[in-house]
Design a protein around this ligand. Structure first.
Ligand code: SF4
Length: 128
């Protein structure tokens, strides 16, 4: 990576050759990835649930079937205080940390379908 100064918008101000592509700028979203992760990992409702971990990872590729398989997990997300942060973080990292499973109450196929809208500037609150 380049400098250690984080401009607070999720972008590396001085990327080096070989660095991964920066997260896209999010108008109105000022939290860094670290801040989002801190909020999510600190307040995640799923962290205190007794649900079988497999229920967070539906096997079906079809969205309706996946939502049905993950219905218990999605129900927990519905009341989660950091749901928007969770979804924002997942959309910033669709190919690594959040490639699979339920994030922000949405299954993989739903997030994939929304990703281009999010890249174009739609806020996560409009997806929930
Ligand atoms: S929205 Fe769901 S997956 Fe995300 S932190 Fe909350 S309970 Fe966990």
């Amino acid at each position: 990576m380049g400098t250690d100064i984080d401009p607070g918008d999720g972008h590396d101000p001085d990327p080096a050759p070989g660095d991964p592509a920066p997260a896209p700028a999010r108008k109105g979203v000022h939290r860094t990835d670290g801040e989002l992760a801190g909020r999510v990992y600190g307040q995640a409702r799923c962290a205190s649930s007794c649900l079988d971990p497999d229920e967070w990872f539906p096997l079906a590729l079809d969205v309706a079937k996946a939502r049905d398989q993950a219905a218990n997990a999605i129900a927990i997300c519905t009341d989660c205080p950091v749901r928007t942060d969770c979804l924002e973080l997942s959309l910033r990292h669709p190919f690594d940390i959040s490639a699979y499973g339920v994030w922000g109450g949405l299954v993989e196929g739903e997030r994939r379908a929304l990703w281009r809208q999010w890249l174009a500037g739609t806020r996560v609150t409009e997806f929930l």
